[in-house]
Design a protein around this ligand. Structure first.
Ligand code: ASP
Length: 303
């Protein structure tokens, strides 16, 4: 039933304390996204942007404040916004010192003639659009500084960046949208761009079918074109949950990487899938907010 909203807070393995903080974080973001989506004129695009902004502002997620650090100890962020009516998309890659990259991605979609702007050009574009620039250290948390140290000491011991955020929604008018934001993977080579800002890899949507957002090992997701793989199975009439499960499992068997995804159909059906042990997620539809992190465990509330 319309409208419907699904969020994720990153596929990957985190300890229970951090998983609990992320579970609370996705619920807070879901309430904010739903507040917008549930308005009489609430748009899917406004709702996914708002939900992602909440998670970018939450240091427990690998996006905005709390982003993982690259090998040099700097934050470089990727983000994507796409809407399913005109298939408009906007994205940024390797953006620095900006609190809410998802909103810069939306500005790229709405105010530029391009889809993806990277690096210094992305920062220059943000500045021209009047977006405030932070001091670099304002996005850096002690937790991520320690993660980078651990990564450098034992590269095999550290999972790649965990806590990327994403949201998909369908509104009352049947419009669909997707938004994603990430700091990427811990210890990445400066200048590395993951799947998140790539249309068809990090996210995809078309109002004829629905919307999809990915998370997990970006190089594997890009090789498997995860979002478009799920989208195409949905288009062929495969059930949304099977489409998401099959595509994530294919990615893992074919590339050896792990990933997760969320999806919503134009009719408001929803799916959450992951080949990791954990992935914080939240679904809001039919007056209920459901959320979870681990397989088989979920909490719910009336909304
Ligand atoms: N997919 C993101 C990247 O590789 C990371 C994540 O989703 O955790 O940049």
């Amino acid at each position: 039933m319309l409208p419907a909203l699904v969020l994720h807070g990153g596929a990957g393995d985190v300890d229970d304390e951090r998983a609990q903080a992320k579970l609370i974080g996705v619920q807070v973001a879901a309430r904010e996204g739903w507040r917008i989506l549930n308005m009489p004129e609430g748009s899917a695009l406004d709702a996914v942007e708002a939900a992602v902004r909440v998670m970018e502002d939450d240091p427990n997620f690998n996006a905005g404040i709390g982003s993982v650090l690259n090998f040099d100890g700097d934050v470089e962020m990727d983000a994507l916004v796409m809407e399913g009516h005109k298939l408009e998309a906007g994205a940024v890659a390797c953006l620095r010192d900006i609190k809410n990259p998802v909103s810069v991605a939306r500005l790229v979609m709405e105010k530029s003639e391009h889809i993806l702007i990277a690096g210094q050009g992305a920062n220059r574009f943000a500045e021209e659009q009047g977006v405030a620039r932070l001091q670099p250290e304002e996005l850096v948390t002690k937790y991520e500084t320690k993660c980078l140290e651990d990564f450098k000491n034992d590269r095999k011991g550290k999972p790649p960046g965990v806590g990327t955020v994403g949201a998909v929604a369908v509104d009352r008018k049947g419009r669909v949208a997707v938004a994603l934001s990430t700091g990427g993977t811990c210890g990445k080579t400066p200048g590395r761009v993951g799947d998140t800002p790539l249309v068809g890899c990090g996210g995809y949507c078309d109002e004829a079918v629905g919307a999809v957002a990915s998370t997990g090992h970006g190089e594997s997701i890009t090789k498997a074109c995860l979002a478009s793989s799920i989208f195409n199975l949905m288009k062929q009439g495969i059930s949304i949950q099977n489409a998401a499960d099959e595509s994530c499992e294919f990615l893992t068997s074919r590339t050896g990487g792990t990933a997760g995804a969320i999806a919503v159909s134009k009719n408001g059906e929803t799916a959450v899938a992951h080949t990791t042990d954990k992935m914080p997620w939240a679904i809001v539809s039919d007056g209920e907010l459901r959320a979870g992190v681990k397989w088989g465990e979920e909490v719910s509330e009336k909304i």
